[in-house]
Design a protein around this ligand. Structure first.
Ligand code: CA
Length: 506
């Protein structure tokens, strides 16, 4: 295809393409620009185990896989507080929850504080956020924003375009993508851009696009091997939690697609509990995966646009989710726990200039690292009060010798939703030590009753599914001591040790 044909078929104005800086990597002087564009795609509650590049057993995500195949897949990316608003606040600020003030879902984000979009703007980037925001206060640091109020709706959502509320028609994932493509087409071409393209899906309630209604219709999705977990050899926390798939608390209170909700519930009401649980899982997982299918297809549209307009080589494409999600593992849905499926974030990145296609990294990386990574690529100074690290060396395949070997996690909302106990813990490559400290320490939790504290230790090398708490096993006494020492060190280093909780290292 010659240039003229290309311009015609891509539907672009000739004038726009002729502008300096529009073609990839060219600045006004015609030299290769060192500052890449950033396309930061984030979905909500999309678990890595529902992506085929992470060896999903339940679905295929060919478009997301393109990012991994043409870039890098991180296998140990973790969230520092597995819940929506807090994870988003951590990503924006490069700081843990106790530093950015968003500990729980009830906290309002202090929009006056330092964030990566503000710093990118200062460094000359054109910044935008489109889609899910969920931080209670209005976006700041963005030249353009158009976001869903609160959780937003799956169908015919209202969106706030810089405070002008307008209704949109049809399915939310398509709408957000259309707006993202409009932004890419109309942005000023003399500046690098940073677009936060953030989906509402596949958060509950899982309402899928009508065109995906028949996906998986005639098949049963395989259940995870620990779907019928009996919670033996675990602490009380998981037994008391109510985010369980079945007839009682359940997925049914959180999943709806119009009348289907009541229909399915009626249909399974008289079945034995085991059957009810199986049927509830099928209902939940199919709705969830149909929501994912739309994200995958729409990601393909955006990747095609970048590739067709010559933006591919000079644009970093990141795909992640604000945290993981249980998809029937331990019989659970939702997140919050420090267990693997909830803790792990998918993270795949394409950047042809620096990332070798098909790379895989297993270092411990965190949502607190994203801000500094973006600033590093923008050539902006890294503020000393940010608490993460730029992932740029890892993206280039060079691990710094002093890269972290452990991570700190904390969930604050004691008993607030699904009766999940507040906890903190440390994860290394091999072990995970969790302390359910039992004290409600946040405003929401303060009204709730304390529970007795308890510990869990998992040897992930022998027990990746976290089915066997070995905290009291004498064979692990030295490991426990070492991990408690590391937990104390992390809490001190990150300045989260002024909560009155004392850890006896023993
Ligand atoms: Ca979320």
């Amino acid at each position: 295809m010659n240039r003229r044909d290309f311009l015609k078929t891509s539907g672009l104005a000739f004038g726009a393409l002729a502008l300096p800086g529009c073609m990839e990597g060219l600045n006004l002087s015609g030299k290769s620009s060192q500052r890449p564009n950033i396309l930061f795609i984030m979905s909500d509650d999309h678990a890595a185990q529902a992506m085929s590049c992470y060896a999903s057993k339940i679905n295929k995500t060919p478009n997301l896989d393109r990012i991994a195949n043409e870039g890098i897949r991180f296998d140990n990316c973790f969230c520092t507080n597995s819940i929506c608003t807090p994870s988003r606040a951590t990503i924006l600020t490069g700081k843990y929850s106790h530093k950015n003030g968003c500990l729980t879902l009830s906290d309002r984000f202090d929009a006056t504080q330092q964030t990566f979009p503000k710093l990118l703007q200062k460094a000359g980037y054109h910044t935008a956020v489109i889609g899910k925001w969920h931080l209670k206060t209005e976006p700041t640091g963005f030249d353009y924003w158009n976001v869903l109020p609160g959780q937003g709706k799956y169908f015919d959502p209202v969106m706030s375009e810089r405070r002008n509320f307008s209704p949109y028609e049809n399915y939310v994932t398509d709408i957000i993508t259309d707006l993202a493509l409009d932004f890419l087409k109309t942005r000023p071409k003399d500046k690098p851009f940073c677009l936060c393209y953030h989906h509402k899906a596949p958060h509950d309630m899982w309402e899928y696009d009508k065109k995906h209604a028949h996906l998986y219709e005639d098949i049963d999705i395989p259940e995870p091997d620990n779907f019928f977990d009996d919670y033996k050899n675990r602490g009380r926390a998981i037994k008391r939690a109510t985010q369980k798939i079945g007839m009682e608390e359940t997925v049914f209170l959180h999943g709806t697609q119009g009348d289907q909700f009541d229909n399915v519930r009626r249909e399974i009401a008289d079945l034995p509990p085991e059957q009810q649980k199986r049927r509830a899982y099928q209902y939940f997982i199919k709705a969830y995966l149909r929501c994912v299918a739309s994200i995958d297809e729409n990601t393909g549209r955006v990747l095609n646009y970048l590739d067709e307009t010559g933006l591919k080589n000079n644009t970093i494409v990141i795909y992640t989710s604000d945290q993981g999600c249980f998809l029937g593992e331990h019989g659970l849905f939702d997140k919050r726990f420090m267990y693997e499926e909830s803790l792990r974030m998918p993270l795949i990145v394409r950047y042809p200039r620096e990332v070798k296609p098909g790379s895989v990294n297993d270092d411990i990386v965190l949502n607190v690292d994203f801000a500094e990574t973006f600033l590093d690529y923008a050539g902006a100074p890294l503020p000393s009060d940010m608490q993460g690290r730029s992932l740029r060396p890892l993206l280039r395949g060079k691990r710094p010798k002093n890269w972290r070997t452990s991570m700190y996690y904390r969930y604050w909302m004691h008993g607030a939703h699904f009766n999940v106990a507040a906890h903190f813990g440390v994860r290394t490559k091999r072990y995970k030590l969790i302390y359910y400290y039992g004290l409600p320490l946040n405003a929401k939790g303060a009204k709730r009753r304390p529970t007795p504290p308890e510990w869990e230790l998992f040897d992930l090398k022998k027990d990746l599914r976290e089915m066997n708490n070995v905290y009291r096993d004498p064979a692990y006494r030295a490991v426990v001591r070492k991990l408690k020492t590391e937990l104390v060190r992390l809490r001190r280093e990150l300045e989260d040790d002024n909560d009155g909780i004392v850890i006896d290292v023993g």
